[in-house]
Design a protein around this ligand. Structure first.
Ligand code: FDA
Length: 387
């Protein structure tokens, strides 16, 4: 077969890229070592795939170059993907914060992408290891199982190493380095944080969740936090994990809606109450926080000064996570193929003609909530329009 392009990795970005290029009349070969395409799509969003976020904007993405994602995101928007979903008659709903999910199943999104590939006569092949990749005389050659395939363009769409048990690998980085591209240090992101030291007693609260505002560095997210038997999780924590660095604190405002001075006010209005009983939080969490604040007895017995200090601590409760649950539990990988070496218009490598990188393999990482698929669609489309 005479292909115009080989796309490596049949995940969200690779499927989109191959479909767009195929429908432009390009002869595309899409290769994946997994036994089926789009495995992460299938498990995403609890099986319902949070396929985009209607509030997509460049500042919801983390990258060494915060401007890099702008062009691709502007040229393929959530409305574009929603139109595709609607054209296939897939019912969907907004769950929260602009997050769109299928009413039915993530399988519908994979079926949509496969149908789009079929419309473009993409040759989809799965279930064989990808071996050596070489480049000579303007052609890329890829070993797939025991066959060699060659084409003048190659797209790296093999994602990041998050959830290796699903077939995720760091192959994209090896390939990028092989072609002289730089890789921004990959780290697990959207990942639970682990607690040790003084914070271990919070692990006893495993299963308890509360709406909080979590902060790491300059980032702040108001969503639920969840205590786990290893530490902290829940959307607010997953979001800040992408900004957190080892050794830094994560602070939590346990009562983000409380008015300043609410605790001294509670002392006036409910003098016989205890601290734990006035905390509008799940009982065991309220008790643990109150124990740590060491203000026993009735509020009336406390000085206003002590109550103001307690209120300040509840507003900025400091945890010092000792790590994350790692790539095994990370929803995405932060870092990846350095954007400095890629065109933001086409995703082509500046130093190697007709070599492209798209999706999570690239150093662009979105927030939780459909932003990462939107980047996969947008970057896949950007390359698919030009290969
Ligand atoms: P993706 O990982 O989808 O695809 C890469 C493909 O390359 C895979 O098919 C893989 O088999 C293949 N591959 C890897 N190594 C290879 C090799 N060496 N040789 C050949 N093929 C290879 N995002 C979101 O926006 N909304 C959501 O609801 C969720 N939910 C979610 C849940 C869970 C549990 C996870 C782990 C992740 C999410 N995400 C998400 C993130 C989202 O899944 C992710 O950002 C995209 O799948 C990235 O798309 P890519 O195509 O870049 O990589």
């Amino acid at each position: 077969m005479n292909y115009d392009a080989i796309v490596l990795g049949a995940g969200a970005a690779g499927l989109m890229c191959a479909a767009v290029a195929g429908q432009r009349g390009r002869r595309v070969l899409l290769l994946d070592h997994a036994d089926q395409v789009g495995k992460k799509i299938l498990i995403s969003g609890g099986g319902r795939c949070n396929f985009t976020n209607i509030h997509t904007r460049p500042d919801a993405y983390i990258s060494a170059n915060p401007h890099f994602a702008k062009s691709a995101l502007a040229r393929y928007t959530p409305a574009d993907f929603i139109a595709l979903v609607a054209a296939y008659g897939i019912a969907y709903h907004e769950k929260t914060l602009g997050q769109l999910f299928c009413d039915g199943s993530a399988k519908q999104i994979v079926a949509l992408l496969l149908e789009e590939c079929a419309k473009g006569q993409v040759d989809v092949r799965v279930g064989q290891p990808v071996g050596a990749v070489s480049h000579a005389d303007g052609r890329f050659t890829v070993r797939f199982g025991d066959q060699d395939f060659t084409a003048p363009a190659l797209v790296i769409a093999t994602g990041g190493p998050s959830i290796p048990k699903m077939g995720a690998t760091g192959f994209a980085y090896d390939l990028a380095r092989q072609f002289g591209l730089k890789v921004v240090e990959p780290r697990p992101a959207l990942v639970p944080l682990t607690l040790g030291g003084d914070d271990v007693l919070f692990r006893d609260l495993s299963g308890i969740a509360a709406p909080v505002e979590a902060r790491a560095g300059k980032a702040a997210f108001r969503e639920a936090a969840l205590f786990t038997h290893k530490g902290l999780s829940g959307p607010a924590i997953l979001q800040v994990s992408s900004y957190w660095r080892h050794g830094e604190p994560v602070t939590i405002d346990f009562l983000p809606d409380a008015a300043p001075g609410w605790l001294t006010e509670a002392k006036r209005s409910r003098p016989r109450a205890t601290l734990a009983s006035v905390l509008a939080l799940p009982d065991r969490l309220a008790q643990t926080l109150a124990d740590r604040l060491a203000l026993p007895g009735e509020l009336a017995a406390q000085t206003d000064r002590k109550l103001a200090d307690a209120e300040a601590r509840l507003k900025r409760w400091t945890f010092r996570p000792n790590g994350t649950e790692g790539f095994a539990k990370a929803e995405v990988t932060i870092g990846g193929i350095a954007t400095a070496g890629l065109s933001s218009q086409t995703m082509m490598a500046k130093s190697v003609a007709n070599l492209y990188a798209v999706g999570e393999a690239v150093d662009v990482t979105g927030w939780l909530g459909g932003y990462n698929f939107q980047w996969a669609w947008a970057s896949g489309n950007a390359a698919g329009q030009v290969i």
